[in-house]
Design a protein around this ligand. Structure first.
Ligand SMILES: Nc1ncnc2c1ncn2[C@@H]1O[C@H](COP(=O)(O)OP(=O)(O)OP(=O)(O)O)[C@@H](O)[C@H]1O
Length: 189
């Protein structure tokens, strides 16, 4: 039996004041990890925002499972300059399940978020998303700011935390997409 369908995009054209992406069609079933590839400005982030309801859908249709819970890791997430919370606090606030973090991630979770580097902050954010009580996790360029060793940490973290979760992942890193995705879709404007 085929897994439950969480999301279907049918000929979706999306954007802001004007369309910037589409038409795009795909569906996503529980347990799949779909990678979105495309050149700069092709509208990958906009497509994710259309799914969360932030960007406008001009035509076509996005059907989501009723009451679907989404987690959205944004590209270049805004980090307040004074952010006196630790990674552990952040994870708790997202309602993420309590689970033992691997040593390298645990070290980051202890630190204040305004004192983490960009790459370290990325890892904490992905850890929070992966543990969040969500049906579909949207990761927008989680490989930004990462050196090769931290990229390996990210791949390991996603694989270990996958447990049948459903992911939609945007990245320009072909090796990352290959390592974590079960399917790939090219997006164009
Ligand atoms: N809030 C916005 N208002 C108007 N136009 C926007 C907005 N955000 C993005 N755009 C435009 O939409 C187009 C697609 O941008 P988007 O960020 O979705 O592309 P992308 O494929 O994710 O790019 P990249 O790979 O560079 O991150 C670009 O031309 C961009 O200038």
């Amino acid at each position: 039996m085929k897994a439950e369908r969480l999301l279907q995009c049918d000929q979706v054209v999306a954007g802001y004041g004007r369309p910037v992406v589409g038409p795009v069609s795909f569906d996503l079933h529980r347990g799949e990890v779909l990678g979105l590839l495309g050149s700069n400005g092709s509208g990958k982030s906009t497509l994710l925002k259309a799914i969360t309801g932030v960007a406008r859908v001009f035509s076509g249709q996005i059907d989501k499972l009723p009451d679907i819970r989404l987690a959205h890791h944004r590209q270049q997430p805004v980090r307040p300059r004074e952010f006196p919370l630790t990674g552990r606090d952040l994870v708790r606030l997202t309602g993420a399940s309590k689970r033992k973090a691997p040593e390298d991630v645990a070290r980051l979770l202890k630190g204040r978020m305004d004192r983490l580097s960009g790459g370290q902050f990325q890892i904490v954010q992905v850890w929070a998303c992966m543990g969040s009580p969500s049906d579909l996790i949207l990761l927008d360029e989680p490989t930004n700011n990462l050196d090769p060793a931290t990229m390996d940490t990210l791949v390991r973290l996603i694989r270990e935390e996958l447990n049948g979760r459903t992911l939609l992942v945007v990245s320009h890193e072909a090796s990352f997409i290959e390592a974590v995705c079960s399917r790939v879709l090219s997006v164009s404007s």
